[in-house]
Design a binder for this molecule. Structure first.
Ligand SMILES: [Zn+2]
Ligand SMILES: [Zn+2]
Length: 234
């Protein structure tokens, strides 16, 4: 089993990276990715990479450890809040946490559903098409869940087609599941790599999501990317 999305104290997680890795080992995972929120202003990135390298080495006989960053999509043009030197991380997730409104503003959620949905889909589309260094898409349906947006069959088909053409991996998020997601993943199965992420921010959350992880792994594991061979990733 894999969990390619867990946060540690480097960003907003509660437990140290090594504690998260040890929890992953105790759960019997083969691969784990420490995933941290970064911004252009993030200063701790070199220490983070050093710590992941240390853990990769220390536990290499037991578990594969990856570095991952979660970068925010900040506008309707799909720009992401990060720096090029952060792209050395093994996995670069793009995530829409807030739906952009334009002119540096974000939707408050009070806007009409139509605006929210169209802005969400536009920024997602732009982010997928214009960021070559992004390797995976985290919790793609989060805004739809947050704002209760209706997603119809053609939205799912269009999104799946777009993701398939981008060859980016898509995350099966254990934290933000959406009723429409299975349909989406069925359309993409075998076309792009899947990742599974619990988005845990503590060892406790990892344990709470263990059962959901087992179910997701049973269902989608054969489509998951478990090896990321990138030069220098150790
Ligand atoms: Zn996120
Ligand atoms: Zn996250």
């Amino acid at each position: 089993m894999i969990d390619l999305h867990i946060h540690s104290t480097f960003s907003d997680g509660k437990d140290f990276p090594e504690d998260m890795v040890r929890a992953a080992i105790a759960m019997g995972l083969q691969t784990v990715a420490l995933c941290e929120h970064v911004r252009q202003t993030t200063g701790w990135f070199p220490e983070y990479i050093r710590e992941v390298q240390r853990l990769k080495q220390k536990y290499k006989k037991i578990i594969r450890v990856y570095s991952a960053i979660e970068v925010k999509v900040v506008d309707l043009a799909g720009n992401i809040d990060t720096r090029p030197e952060f792209f050395v991380a093994d996995i670069v997730y793009a995530a829409v946490h807030r739906v952009p409104l334009g002119k540096g503003e974000f939707c408050s959620g009070q806007e009409d559903r139509k605006t929210l949905k169209s802005n969400w889909l536009s920024c997602l589309r732009a982010a997928i098409l214009h960021n070559d260094h992004v390797t995976a898409l985290a919790h793609l349906f989060l805004p739809a869940i947050q704002y209760g947006l209706e997603i119809n069959k053609s939205d799912i088909q269009n999104l799946a087609q777009l993701v398939a053409s981008s060859e980016k991996a898509v995350e099966i998020s254990l934290k933000y599941g959406h009723p429409a997601q299975d349909q989406f993943f069925y359309l993409l199965a075998g076309k792009v790599p899947f990742t599974i992420g619990s988005d845990s921010h503590s060892v406790q959350e990892m344990l709470e999501r263990k059962q959901a992880l087992e179910i997701a792994w049973k269902k989608w594991g054969r489509f998951c990317e478990c090896r990321i061979d990138r030069a220098g990733s150790g």
